[in-house]
Design a protein around this ligand. Sequence first.
Ligand SMILES: [Zn+2]
Ligand SMILES: [Zn+2]
Ligand SMILES: [Zn+2]
Length: 357
Amino acid sequence: MRRFLCPNCNNQIHFENTQCVSCGSGLAYMPLQDQLVVLNVESAGSGGTPRPCANRDLIGCNWLCARDAQSKFCLSCLHTTKIPDTSDDERRQRWGRLERAKRRLFYALIKFGLPLAVERDKSEGALHFELLGDESHPNGNEKRVMTGHYNGRITINIDEADDAIREKKRTTLGEPYRTLIGHFRHEVAHYYWDRLIAGKDVISACRACFGDERQNYAEALKAYYINGPVSDWQQSYVSGYASAHPWEDFAETWAHYFHIVGGLETARAYGLNPQPSHPAAPVLAQLEDPYHVSDHLQLIQHWIPLTVAMNAMNRSMGISDYYPFVLSPRISEKLKFVHDLIEAQQQSIKGPPFNAE
Ligand SMILES: [Zn+2]
Ligand SMILES: [Zn+2]
Ligand SMILES: [Zn+2]
């Protein structure tokens, strides 16, 4: 994530702020222009100026609608088609936390230039999100919401936005890392697999890298939950769960690629540029734009010293490691596949992918 300053007073602002804590200006973000602006509440929406997202007051969404957009929602919120009962304050807050994480996902999708609809797309397989909670009925029946992806629809159980519930699941499932943004990055990978790989020439390279996805998915997952990850999974998979099925391996690797690029962008914004520990290693210049590098090794070369430094920082505060992963050569090959796939998309698009003014 890049760094933001209040356009009125230059105070440091977080990506999520609706207001400057220093000068009190209302703030809004224009996603296609990657610009934070002062929101003039009286004039917003009139005379062709962009309107604030209709979710601004409800859950604090600070994005603006695209200019001339039909939707009353911003680019991120317009992709959400089902939400929990907002009269339930706890559920509304959980949904709001999920939308916060989702805006960071959309920020990255735009920066990568991945194909994305700028108006609500109701066609078969189009990307959309259902952010819902479990329901219990008076007759004792329970309707449980399963987090996952199916044919463009990404469902996330809003209970994941409760830190205590998510932490309990994280330890039960033996995961070193479980976050809202991680869920979004993982699930959207399944959508882009359908869109960029299924039925395309690249599928044979994908199978060579991740394995044949035609093996029975339901049985593979069942076996994973009974037996756990394959032994020695650390050599080939970024997480234990990635060893469950080639689709999950791709999704975990894709999410990891997003973690790396997003982390490197943040590091650049704050001038963090740790160097490799080996005294003979060449000095690494700061990466200008991690969303557009020609060689994935450039990312990894910068990422490893950064994670070593960040882990040391966390340990100095007595908290768990920032980066509880190890990148093996095999995982690096998989990250290269994701990098090349996204780069091919960037090159196939002539000019900006969106009609950004
Ligand atoms: Zn300010
Ligand atoms: Zn919004
Ligand atoms: Zn998955």
